[in-house]
Design a protein around this ligand. Structure first.
Ligand code: URA
Length: 273
């Protein structure tokens, strides 16, 4: 059996973007988990992407596999793209290169160094490329897109743009309350259905032409899709892309939790001795 993998940041302008990225002088260590390094993207960098997604910031799974949107949020988004007939022709970046620690201050939202670097990526992915639709996940990504659109480079790009509710917003809003989670999930899925109605006709070159099948009122089997092997560096074990709860911030206090991520291979994969 052969395996597909992401060749990485070998071609320009992505090589230079990964050689020269902002550090703690731009992303303050008190507000971002700079100690886990920058995590740049996921998806096609070879010009074949038709859909660009903008997420928020990487979490613990992303810190391990060095690609963005690979956990619960990423697998929900993979399902959303599949409804549009997109299995491969996408690329994703986050609003922030590092994991947010606490909440994002107004100062960090407007920080010139953060915005300038993000705009270098947006220009690389959009100018003269084949992107037909841009999807922002959540409010910070929506702001990031609008900031780019106000630049001369942004004004030159004509695409269909749709902001959607962040895939894990229901869990954040419900804070453990099951009924709140049910209602927030129903609301998200209804808004995602409206977004699909706009996006489906706007994507002229999907990987598969298929009728649009909307979401129900709750998550159904098949709505979450494993991340394709081709999105990862070579040799990544399948369980890291097929399940999502294998990495946890661990420790007795906030300092320990910043310094530790515990990885656990799912049950059933290791023979009992
Ligand atoms: N992981 C990411 O990389 N981005 C998000 O927005 C959420 C999870």
């Amino acid at each position: 059996m052969t395996h597909q993998f992401d060749p990485g940041y070998v071609e320009e302008p992505f090589k230079s973007l990964c050689e020269d990225y902002p550090g703690p002088d731009v992303y303050p260590i008190g507000n971002f988990r700079v100690e886990w390094g920058p995590i740049f993207h996921r998806g096609r960098l070879d010009g074949s992407a038709r859909v660009l997604l903008i997420g928020q910031d990487p979490a613990q799974n992303e810190a391990i596999v060095r690609r963005i949107l690979v956990g619960e949020a990423g697998q929900r988004i993979q399902g959303f793209l599949a409804k549009l007939g997109i299995d491969r022709s996408y690329v994703m970046i986050n609003t922030f290169l590092y994991s947010v620690y606490g909440s994002v201050s107004a100062k960090n939202k407007k920080a010139a160094g953060i915005i300038e670097y993000r705009h270098r990526w947006l220009k690389a992915l959009l100018a003269g490329q084949k992107i037909e639709a841009v999807i922002a996940l959540g409010m910070l990504a929506d702001q990031a897109w609008k900031t780019w659109c106000a630049t001369p480079d942004g004004q030159d790009v004509a695409v269909t743009y749709v902001p959607i509710t962040h895939p894990t917003q229901p869990e954040s809003a419900a804070d453990g309350d099951k009924e709140k989670l049910r209602i927030a999930t129903k609301t998200l899925l209804s808004k995602w259905n409206a977004a699909l109605q706009t996006l489906h006709p706007a994507i002229q070159h999907p990987d598969r032409v298929q009728p649009l099948i909307p979401y129900g009122e709750a998550w159904q089997p098949g709505n979450k899709i494993p991340i394709p092997e081709i999105d990862f560096p070579p040799g990544l074990p399948a369980w890291m892309r097929e399940s999502d709860n294998w990495a946890r911030r661990a420790g007795a206090d906030v300092n320990a939790k910043r310094r530790n991520i515990t990885l656990t291979v799912p049950k059933g994969l290791v023979p009992k001795l």
